[in-house]
Design a protein around this ligand. Structure first.
Ligand SMILES: Cc1ncc(COP(=O)(O)O)c(C=O)c1O
Ligand SMILES: [Zn+2]
Length: 419
């Protein structure tokens, strides 16, 4: 099957609405600068000749490349060999008393986060463009994702992370052989520095908020949800929001499937931010320009005080008839524990944030029992074991004798009787 590079008809600026032909601009709108993030436009008539519900149902491609006609790469062969997407949609967890609750576990991507969807597209395009190296700023996951895919494609890569990013994420970057710059500052500082270095050295930019093609990878999670539900849209989808790129992609995915007639409507999208970092929610609620904030949350992956893709994200939420909400760090940690214990799903803090949002919405009576609800789980708990320990508590200390275990079991039984 050929790719859809040819079906991309143009790029449209989110801010001023100007349209460009695909070869005319590299990243953002020349008149609006970094604020002018572009939307990728397709010839949907052409796409519908290559993509159909029946064709998808018969496809044995167990990765997100099953949607190739809607992914802006020239050829499947340009993509690194790592398998990406087609992750499980779990049901029947009994969680929150919702019989139609589904958990989309995107931690089962090759580098253990949803970012792999975007990276696979970015790296494929970089390969097609003959880039000498690829670079990105990252709170950790986009970086480790890029490092993994760049390794598989044998392209050098440079990653800028805040020096205090969780150690497992930094370890992952180094194992994949990336050059890692640990920036003495926040994610926002790392982003600004990466932008300057990319400009200086001409590296290919993997940032989702700058490179318009990356969100095209993220949207495949929405395609999969529709397909896994039998080409039905859920009623609501809960999505964690940092920079807003995942939310932008999720909206675009559902909107494209609606446009192609594969589903009847776009579900209500609920964006969930941490209380200590909620500039996208504030921009959405006030209908004003986003005002950056000082980020302070346990969910490092969504600690984006200056979210870059807020405009696209809030537009998507609004068009879907959805809303934005916040949860506290305690609610996020509780969600990690609940997902682990009740569903066997191990999430990092940002990965559990959407579930924390749903938990709060159910508590406040905002979700009907019969609704079909999907929660996006975006990153593995193995990425941040310190937070995992905060969420899960401590092991039971015992000596080497069976009597130690017996004493501990007795104590636990007494404890549970008291409760
Ligand atoms: C695990 C995880 N969840 C959620 C997000 C938020 O995504 P976005 O910044 O696109 O809003 C990120 C981003 O780094 C992430 O790594
Ligand atoms: Zn513009």
């Amino acid at each position: 099957m050929t790719g859809s590079g040819a079906k991309v008809t143009g790029l449209k600026c989110m801010k001023c609405g100007r349209e460009y032909s695909p070869g005319e601009v590299t990243y953002t709108c020349p008149s609006c600068g970094l604020d002018g993030i572009l939307d990728v436009l397709y010839d949907y008539h052409e796409v519908s000749r290559e993509l159909s519900r029946e064709g998808l149902a018969a496809s044995n491609e167990d990765s997100h490349w099953r949607y190739l006609p809607l992914i802006p790469v020239g050829s499947r062969e340009s993509a690194p060999s790592l398998r990406v997407g087609w992750t499980p949609l779990y049901s029947g967890t009994g969680l929150l008393g919702l019989p139609n609750l589904f958990i989309k576990d995107d931690s089962l991507n090759p580098t253990a986060s949803l970012k792999d969807r975007a990276t696979s597209v970015g790296v494929a395009r970089a390969v097609e463009e003959g880039a000498s190296a690829i670079a990105a700023a990252s709170t950790g996951n986009a970086g480790s994702s890029l490092a993994g895919f760049a390794a598989a494609a044998r392209v050098p890569c440079f990653i800028f992370v805040p020096a205090d990013a969780p150690r497992p994420k930094i370890a992952q970057l180094l194992v994949y052989g990336a050059t890692v710059f640990a920036v003495d500052g926040s994610y926002d500082d790392a982003f600004d520095l990466a932008a300057k270095a990319i400009e200086r050295y001409g590296w290919y930019n993997r940032s989702c908020a700058v490179n318009p093609y990356l969100v095209e990878g993220k949207k495949t999670v929405a395609f999969e949800i529709c397909e896994q539900l039998g080409f039905r849209a859920p009623d609501r989808v809960f999505v964690p929001v940092g920079d807003g790129c995942i939310m932008s992609g999720v909206y675009k995915g559902f909107a494209e499937f609606e446009r192609l007639g594969f589903i009847e409507r776009v579900p209500e999208l609920v964006g969930v931010q941490a209380e200590g970092c909620d500039p996208v929610k504030v921009a959405f609620d006030t209908e004003r320009e986003m005002v950056p904030c000082e980020a302070c949350t346990v969910a490092d992956s969504i600690a984006a005080g200056h979210p870059r893709n807020w405009r696209k994200a809030t537009r998507g939420v609004r068009k879907s008839g959805g809303s934005m909400m916040t949860v506290t760090d305690d609610e996020i940690l509780a969600a990690i524990a609940e997902l682990g214990r009740a569903a066997g799903v191990f999430a990092e803090p940002a990965g559990a944030t959407a579930f924390a949002g749903l938990t709060k919405a159910v508590r406040e009576g905002k979700v009907g029992r019969d609704e079909t609800v999907v929660v996006l789980m975006t990153g593995s708990g193995l990425k941040d074991t310190e937070s995992a320990m905060r969420a899960a508590g401590e092991p039971v200390p015992v000596g080497r004798d069976l009597s130690d275990v017996e004493a501990a079991v007795k104590k636990m039984a007494a404890g549970s009787r008291e409760n």
